[in-house]
Design a binder for this molecule. Structure first.
Ligand code: SF4
Ligand code: SF4
Length: 144
């Protein structure tokens, strides 16, 4: 024979009181939300994101492309005079897949590619890839 259990009796208002208790715990605490962009958090010293490229220092060795674990870098031909970069190839970076591991900066023999504290890289076009020329620009000069 199957035993049918009686449902537990609910005490009226207990749930409401518990809920109010939880709200009460937080109501006088300072909110953690920052009203960005009017307010900005102080970034940690070691925070890094947007990658920059010094076109004059890049020798087109492709090491950054090879070391990137996410294939976020590919080399592009750029027609510009640079006696150190005979093949005229420079890296672009896809920030949609970049995990900010900094491998590219670490391996670059000329310190041409480096990560910075810049993080406001919102876009209106459906591409997160920065061309070599865009990597060399300040963020507010890049057409988005
Ligand atoms: S950015 Fe540095 S590692 Fe990458 S191709 Fe240029 S010189 Fe080589
Ligand atoms: S930071 Fe890392 S993931 Fe991003 S482009 Fe450089 S090597 Fe690739």
């Amino acid at each position: 024979m199957i035993e049918v259990k009686e449902p537990k009796r609910r005490i009226p208002l207990i749930g409401t009181i518990r809920g109010l208790g939880t709200v009460g715990k937080y109501v006088f605490k300072k909110p953690v939300t920052v009203q960005y962009p009017e307010e900005r958090q102080v970034l940690p010293d070691r925070f890094r994101f947007r990658i920059f490229l010094n076109l004059d220092e890049c020798v087109g060795c492709t090491l950054c492309e090879q070391v990137c674990p996410n294939q976020s870098i590919s080399m592009q031909k750029v027609e510009r005079e640079n006696p150190r970069n005979k093949r005229k190839i420079y890296p672009d970076v896809n920030f949609g897949t970049c995990t900010v591991c900094r491998n590219c900066q670490e391996i670059c023999p000329t310190e041409a590619i480096y990560l910075t504290k810049e993080f406001e890289t919102s876009r209106t076009r459906n591409s997160f890839t920065y061309s070599p020329e865009e990597l060399a620009m300040k963020e507010n000069e890049v057409i988005k």
